[in-house]
Ligand binder design. Structure first.
Ligand code: R5P
Length: 266
């Protein structure tokens, strides 16, 4: 691994704890103005002080994020579909040289194992890895789950392993029953998404279980920015990921932080 690649990965997975809290705010690339991200600038500026990495599209980066930001950027570089069409029909939407110009420390692309355009998305990943190797840019593969797929260890294990085999440096997937089996069969670090909004206690349990079973962190969006108390929620998630808090300790922190003045995002 080149020095540049290793250095960029260390900006994503913090060397001090070996863990990461990535804030995912890329949802608009196929969902449009999602709840909690309608005013992306406001959401991002409120939450970014608590994120190790910000994951977003270049359009939102350029228009909604201060260029003096210190938080490293992981750029969403796949897309080309909307919620109204076949989601797996993605292509690469941002060239590697622009990712470098934007000072990204990683690029993220979805693969859709088992979906209509599986092959296309896997070849997209392989192409991105080739370019990433050339420029020292880590590639994060996002295992998107199609409507007809089960979110179980068998399916997610398959998707994560394929992503790693094709050269992804980090894989993002979902937490599931027997998640440790997914981790064990994937030779690169795994971060978990939060998925659709659930109660804060459940999202903290998901975080705790994922970390306990071997994830290096979260790449979480809706369960943070759609919470009624988004800043309290990201602080509670951080406490589990980086400080080894139990779910109860993280919930106590969440309740304490709820008392601080904060805004719910539209
Ligand atoms: C979805 O394709 C996006 O990549 C999101 O970044 C991902 O789903 C994580 O966000 P959430 O925690 O809201 O699931």
């Amino acid at each position: 691994m080149s020095w540049g690649l290793k250095n960029r990965i260390s900006k994503i997975i913090k060397p001090k704890t070996g863990k990461t809290v990535m804030l995912a705010v890329d949802h608009g690339y196929f969902l449009g103005p999602t709840t909690g991200l309608k005013n992306a600038k406001e959401t991002i500026s409120s939450l970014v002080p608590y994120a190790d990495t910000l994951m977003l599209s270049r359009g939102i980066l350029r228009t909604c994020v201060d260029s003096k930001i210190e938080t490293p950027i992981v750029l969403r570089v796949s897309g080309g579909t909307s919620i109204l069409t076949e989601l797996s029909n993605e292509g690469i939407t941002c060239a590697m040289d622009d990712a470098i110009r934007l000072n990204a420390v990683g690029v993220a692309l979805s693969i859709f194992v088992g979906a209509q355009y599986e092959r296309q998305t896997l070849l997209n990943l392989a192409k991105l890895v080739d370019e990433g190797e050339q420029f020292g840019m880590p590639v994060l593969a996002v295992t998107a789950v199609g409507k007809d797929m089960a979110r179980d260890a068998r399916y997610l294990g398959l998707a994560c392993r394929i992503a790693a085999e094709l050269g992804a440096n980090i894989v993002k997937t979902y937490y599931c029953k027997d998640f440790s089996q997914v981790v064990e069969s994937c030779p690169v670090p795994i971060v978990v998404a939060g998925g659709t909004k659930i109660a804060e206690k459940e999202a903290l349990e998901l975080t705790y279980n994922a970390i306990s079973e071997g994830a290096v962190g979260v790449d979480m969006g809706r369960n943070i920015f759609q919470s009624d108390y988004p800043v309290a929620m990201i602080k509670a998630v951080r406490s589990i990921v980086h400080e080894g808090f139990t779910v109860k300790e993280a919930l106590d922190l969440f309740e304490k932080c709820k008392k601080e003045k904060q805004k719910k995002f539209d």
